[in-house]
Ligand binder design. Structure first.
Ligand code: CA
Length: 453
């Protein structure tokens, strides 16, 4: 296990950056995520940064000083993502030391501090990694069963599901950073009756999917695979992922080759890569498979994966309509789920993805699939959340206005799917007794009307 708990996770560790010591901060000294801000202060150059409390820290500027031996640059992290885990860990330890309460090296070097410490302003962020490829999995059995019940009432969970981490190849070109406005997609929708003409126009059933993304650090050569024991060495860290989904387009196009235009118009990621090192205290056992379920084939099984392949990460989805924002209302929370409920682990996804010799590259993004639990309020998409019925016995149809319970907003507006002007906000964080809470920041996006076709 390359990512162990060490002194950088000590819950008593405090920083001379006061705002990092706020117990509710996503960015205490125990986190130190990677990010790539964009803003006038930075000109055209995109610096590799970390964040502590309410400050960004320019790691490139810091690496120009004699306080840091390494050289870093964003957003491809090509001097970082491909390092051995041991070297990454050494950098984490050094940063932890530099920001620790009582360490004067940077704190008392006013000139250098002025160059590297940037107060958080209204910065926008770039996608914090350079993805050449993006694969989206489907690893929550609760989500797969719910959606399967709607799309295929007689056959919700296909027989391969419990043997293969199901995935499809997504589109890296439309991965966008948090805050990017998303245009409602236009496309073909299923005919009202079998054999009829498809409708064409702006998507009517626009949805989000609450997911986690894993970012590949070191890749593998074409023709070689990554074993389950080595899989986590190849992961740089995690971010929040909103896999925007056009359900009506999806229903019409997904047979026989899977999602296409329903999914590739935008995928939003949070601005920070929370590293695998930072996540070490929040690992957990794989969710127990119900009795009678097959065990993974040996190439996707290891003692380490069984015991600590999971992550205890809480995910929340919030919504603010344009009217709510105009009236100064706070967003409302739609759901709250946990990543530990997944049927397949990230390590199993990496191993399965490469078992045929497919090569992963540094920066590639692996989406987990929608994170849905067993309770209604833990369902990670509106498709599931506004679904009115017994998820296993009374499957509804995908027609707007029928068999769906709308969510009522504080303004009295109702939502079965996303309306123009709605902002979807996803948050994720890790909490565990005896450890300092760390967070992933936010993954936000406002839906704009479709362009006129
Ligand atoms: Ca998805």
């Amino acid at each position: 296990m390359p990512y162990a708990i060490d002194e950088t996770h000590d819950p008593n560790l405090k920083s001379w950056v006061e705002s990092a010591n706020d117990p509710q901060s996503d960015f205490p000294i125990q986190n130190l995520p990677l990010c790539v801000p964009r803003g006038t202060e930075f000109g055209a150059i995109l610096p590799a940064c970390t964040r502590i409390g309410d400050y960004l820290v320019d790691l490139e500027a810091l690496s120009d000083s004699d306080l840091l031996d390494e050289t870093l640059s964003g957003p491809d992290w090509d001097h970082y993502g491909t390092w051995e885990p041991e070297r990454r860990l050494a950098l984490r330890k050094r940063l932890s030391e530099l920001f620790s309460e009582g360490n004067p090296e940077l704190r008392d070097n006013e000139a250098l501090r002025g160059r590297v410490m940037i107060p958080m302003g209204d910065y926008e962020f770039e996608v914090p990694f350079y993805a050449q490829d993006y694969t989206d999995f489907y690893a929550s059995i609760n989500h797969a069963t719910n959606v399967g019940s709607m799309f295929r009432p007689d056959n919700p969970l296909l027989p391969n599901y419990k043997h293969i981490p199901i995935g499809y190849h997504g589109r890296a070109s439309s991965i966008v950073p948090s805050g990017t406005h998303i245009k409602r997609p236009i496309g073909q929708q299923a005919p009202a009756e079998d054999g009829g003409q498809p409708a064409f126009g702006p998507c009517k059933l626009l949805d989000y999917e609450m997911e986690m993304g894993a970012i590949i650090g070191r890749g593998n050569k074409l023709g070689e695979s990554i074993s389950i024991e080595e899989a986590e060495d190849h992961i740089l860290g995690m971010c929040i992922l909103n896999d925007w989904s056009a359900r009506d387009l999806q229903k019409w196009e997904y047979v026989p080759l899977g999602p296409f235009l329903a999914k590739n118009f935008a995928s939003t990621v949070s601005p920070y890569i929370v590293t695998m090192e930072a996540l070490a205290p929040f690992r957990c056992a794989v969710a127990v498979r119900p009795e009678g379920d097959p065990q993974p084939l040996p190439y996707m099984d290891s003692a380490t994966n069984r015991e600590s392949g999971g992550f205890d990460i809480t995910l929340e989805v919030w919504l603010a309509s344009a009217q709510m924002r105009e009236q100064g209302m706070e967003p409302i929370r739609l759901s709250k789920g946990n990543f530990r409920d997944m049927y397949w682990t990230i390590a199993q996804m990496v191993t399965h993805h490469t078992v045929n010799g497919c090569n992963l590259n540094p920066g590639d993004l692996l989406g987990s699939g929608t994170v849905s639990g067993t309770t209604r309020d833990s369902r990670g998409s509106l498709l599931e959340l506004t679904w009115d019925g017994d998820p296993f016995a009374n499957p509804p149809v995908l027609v707007p206005g029928t068999q769906r319970t709308p969510i009522v907003l504080p303004t009295g507006e109702e939502r079965k799917f996303i309306a123009d002007g709605d902002e979807i906000i996803m948050k994720a964080y890790c909490e565990r007794e005896g450890y300092r809470r760390i967070g992933f920041g936010e993954c936000r996006g406002i839906i704009e009307p479709a362009h006129s076709s």
